[in-house]
Design a binder for this molecule. Structure first.
Ligand SMILES: Cc1cc2nc3c(=O)[nH]c(=O)nc-3n(C[C@H](O)[C@H](O)[C@H](O)COP(=O)(O)OP(=O)(O)OC[C@H]3O[C@@H](n4cnc5c(N)ncnc54)[C@H](O)[C@@H]3O)c2cc1C
Length: 429
């Protein structure tokens, strides 16, 4: 095959965004995707924040097949047979430049692949890349299905495990501590039923997170997102802490228990299960990559470890899209000089540093240490639910003053060494 400008390994958000921006500039680009179509293997929950992406893909996102505008946020702390929910809504979420939408990736990525083709890029599904082509230590293309495909630049966009960033010597394997397993189901319901159950206006949606006893003490939690005519729900569980869970259990059993909890069951009652999937997620924290570029190669999205678990939200999609666009900018600049060496492509890292990607990764670099605190999953949800249960309960005997119940609870939960240590730790996020 003749040398082309750019070949991209993986047609997820990072790879497609890069291809879209390159094709717009008239640069030849080929995306190789192992799935039946872009998004066919994707498990994302999920919700996407649009504002960080406005400078990168303004026109594209206006017409994208997004699901529902998120106008309601909820977090539920699960005790053993009780729970406490914080719900938040704001007119700000409805502003002209929207804040966030729920998304179904099998639909979105397929559509995005078609937009890349409209711009003149090539997206080839069912094509697995098996090797990097190298010459004198620099990357000069890929091998797919036994065929050598030479290219000036290879973009690695193969997701969380990224065998190819490893093969290029830019990172090691994803350590269990930085990895979580995500399991998801999609349940079909009529749009009016979704709106009635969640108290939503037509076209508006909810993002609901759950943590506490549902993960049996492991680091992680549950999620539920309302799509147009489906609900995505599932669990994300830190692999290292899950392996230590006693007694050992299985992730699908945790998902069944989660769905059986009344706090969740009433939302999905009568729905039809239309999809089940599982995938690995990088949890962010300190970056896994020595550098996201090399001679003839750039790494984007999850492959570069650009993802953050901020406790109240998981962010990876806007990182993948924006990093793909920045990689395209670096390639465009390198093409102008005909220099695809590491020192030329290092411009990509400059762009990342100036953007929200490396700045947010830096601000929240300790978030993993804070949110993986076992007391957040074991102690606090039960503690809070127990206090509230006592406050709301009227038994046979006389009732204690509410202030005394509260004070006793605060002393037990916060005013002791472990509680104060946790408060101190929280200042890091
Ligand atoms: C359960 C779950 C919930 C999540 N929720 C959210 C959320 O609410 N918000 C959010 O922002 N993020 C969320 N994420 C994270 C988000 O999904 C990722 O950050 C995002 O998909 C990263 O995009 P990417 O393009 O880097 O990788 P991916 O989307 O994983 O794409 C990689 C692509 O490469 C292809 N590929 C891999 N190897 C090869 C090969 N050898 N040859 C050819 N193709 C290959 C794969 O098939 C895939 O299509 C969630 C993830 C999970 C698993």
């Amino acid at each position: 095959m003749e040398r082309i400008d750019v070949v991209i390994v993986g047609g997820g958000l990072g790879g497609l965004a890069c291809a879209y921006c390159l094709a717009k500039e008239g640069i030849q680009v080929l995306v190789l995707e192992r799935g039946d179509h872009p998004g066919s293997k994707n498990v994302t929950g999920g919700r996407i924040y649009l504002r960080p992406l406005k400078p990168f893909l303004p026109e594209l996102l206006d017409e994208a097949p997004l699901e529902r505008l998120v106008t309601k946020e909820a977090i539920t702390m699960m005790g053993d047979g009780s729970s406490f929910t914080l719900q938040f809504t704001s007119e700000k979420f409805r502003e002209e430049t929207p804040h966030s939408y729920t998304i179904l990736r099998s639909r979105f990525d397929k559509w995005f692949g078609e937009r890349v083709m409209d711009r003149g890029g090539f997206v080839v599904p069912q094509r697995r890349v098996t090797e990097l082509l190298k010459e004198d230590g620099r990357v000069v293309g890929v091998v797919s299905e036994g065929e050598e495909i030479p290219a000036d630049v290879v973009i690695i966009a193969d997701g969380a495990l990224s065998l190819f960033a490893q093969k290029a010597g830019l990172r090691g394997p994803l350590p269990p501590r930085n990895a979580a397993v995500g399991i998801k189901e999609v349940v079909k319901l009529q749009p009016e039923v979704i709106e009635e159950r969640f108290g939503l206006k037509p076209g508006e949606g909810m993002a609901h997170l759950f943590f506490g006893s549902i993960t049996h003490g492991a680091f992680g939690g549950g999620f539920l997102y309302t799509n147009s005519d489906t609900i995505s729900l599932g669990l994300v569980i830190g692999i290292e802490s899950f392996l230590k869970t006693q007694p050992p259990t299985e992730t699908h059993r945790l998902l069944e228990e989660f769905k059986e909890r009344e706090e969740v069951a009433h939302f999905i009652r009568g729905g039809e299960l239309v999809e089940y999937s599982a995938h690995l997620i990088p949890e962010g924290g300190r970056t896994l990559l020595s550098r996201p570029y090399g001679d003839g190669i750039l790494v984007v999205g999850d492959a570069a470890g650009f993802a953050l678990n901020m406790g109240i939200t998981v962010r990876g999609m806007e990182f993948a899209l924006a990093s793909g666009c920045m990689a395209a900018q670096a390639v465009k600049r390198a093409k102008e000089t005909g220099d695809f060496s590491a020192s030329s492509l290092a411009y990509y890292e400059d762009l990342l540093r100036e953007s929200f990607i490396l700045q947010d990764m830096e601000t929240f670099r300790d978030s993993l240490e804070v949110v993986e605190n076992p007391r957040l999953f074991n102690f606090y949800p039960r503690w809070l639910c127990n206090i509230l249960e006592e406050i709301f309960w009227i038994g046979e005997g006389p009732k204690e003053k509410i202030s005394s119940t509260l004070w006793r609870g605060i002393k037990e939960g916060i005013f002791n060494i472990a509680g104060l240590k946790d408060v101190w730790r929280f200042r890091r996020i």
